[in-house]
Design a protein around this ligand. Structure first.
Ligand code: PLP
Ligand code: COI
Length: 340
């Protein structure tokens, strides 16, 4: 199959219209069969639930070209399960998990020409999402919903690719205690927009959010979870019920333990102990693993010994192993790779 004529290596993390997208509608208590369409426009009522009360959630995963030319996805079943959790928390109908994976696979297949070639540094980002589509004016869930899957080829999430970034401790919260921080609700990202603009204006790439109840524990950034490496080589990642359970992080915990033989701790991480870690990174589908070189806490800097030039040695190993598994260069644990 002929690939699109794109300079894959210069792609940033942005939207490019691809050929096909999947659309299914929920009405009278049931989903229709859904279909692939070329129409990239959504037409909904002016009073649609999503427009008035932000009733929407989404997922993010990637399709890759392996070294031997197959198109694969990484653990899409976990995205399907997480979207189920998001829908249930937002009083939205679940799109059945097996059908969800099927719809995502069909959409990727229909856009195979847009899946960046092996070794290009780019991937096809897949964005399944759902929203309340019928008019709602009293505060209540919609009765009708649309589930869509769009795809767009992407490069690195942070400018500069694998160079360490500097982040700041945010004065804002992205989630509330007992709120929606653990699901992928659009509203969480609306919450984070002012905070990210503030961080950017001050020259930082991202925010480190602390726990909203006590502001003493590390949570996550606007779009990725944290991982840390201790000076004695342990893998540490924060546990909290107000962060998104990252599929990348759950996978890295396995990679760290089973492939690299590291001790793995998923636990509460006090902000006060961050200064003692040797390496820090952000992990997620979009971020992959982006190294953090510096954290600014209201003018006080935490500088990781791994510096601002390159990834620390352990995070580099985690990155190489994870991306090796995703791209089919390293054998994956059973069930991790879904071949289109
Ligand atoms: N945290 C937030 C807030 C995110 O938006 C994402 C992205 O999906 C992640 C973490 C990373 O999750 P995953 O590894 O499943 O992409
Ligand atoms: C992802 O990593 O898939 C996300 O949804 C994060 C988003 C901020 C781009």
């Amino acid at each position: 199959m002929e690939k699109k004529n794109i300079d894959w290596s210069s792609l940033g993390f942005g939207y490019i219209k691809t050929d096909k997208r999947f659309v299914a509608n929920y009405k009278d208590g049931a989903w229709d069969n859904g279909t692939l369409t070329e129409d990239d426009k959504v037409v909904i009522n002016e009073c649609a639930g999503v427009l008035q009360y932000a009733q929407t959630c989404f997922e993010g995963l990637k399709a890759y070209t392996t070294e031997d030319g197959h198109i694969v996805m990484f653990r899409p079943d976990l995205n399907a399960a997480r979207m189920k959790d998001s829908c249930e928390r937002l009083e939205m109908p679940v799109y059945p998990e097996d059908k969800w994976v099927e719809a995502v696979a069909k959409t990727v297949e229909a856009n195979a020409a847009w899946v960046p070639p092996f070794g290009s540094g780019a991937t096809l980002y897949v964005r399944p999402y759902m929203f309340g589509s019928n008019p709602v004016i009293g505060v209540k869930p919609a009765d009708e919903y649309q589930f869509r899957v769009l795809t767009t080829p992407v490069g690195p999430y942070f400018k500069g690719g694998a160079k360490p970034i500097t982040i700041k401790v945010s004065d804002f919260d992205r989630a509330a205690p007992h709120g929606t921080g653990h699901i992928k609700a659009g509203l969480n990202y609306a919450m984070s927009l002012h905070a990210i603009m503030t961080a950017h204006e001050e020259g930082f790439a991202e925010n480190m959010y602390l726990d909203p109840a006590t502001r003493t524990k590390v949570e996550e950034t606007g779009g990725a979870n944290f991982i840390f490496i201790t000076k004695d080589g342990k893998f540490v990642t924060p546990k909290s019920n107000s962060i998104l359970p990252s599929i990348t992080r759950r996978s890295l915990m396995v990679v760290a333990k089973e492939y690299l033989g590291l001790e793995v701790e998923e636990r509460e991480v006090l902000f006060d102990e961050v200064k003692d870690f040797a390496e820090c990174g952000l992990c997620g589908t979009a971020a992959v693993i982006s190294p953090v070189g510096k954290i600014n806490d209201h003018g006080k800097e935490i500088c990781f010994p791994s510096g601002m030039e390159k990834m620390g040695p352990t995070i580099q190993k985690l990155y190489d192993t994870l991306t090796g598994i995703q791209m089919g260069k390293i054998e994956a644990p059973k069930g991790w790779i879904y071949t289109i």
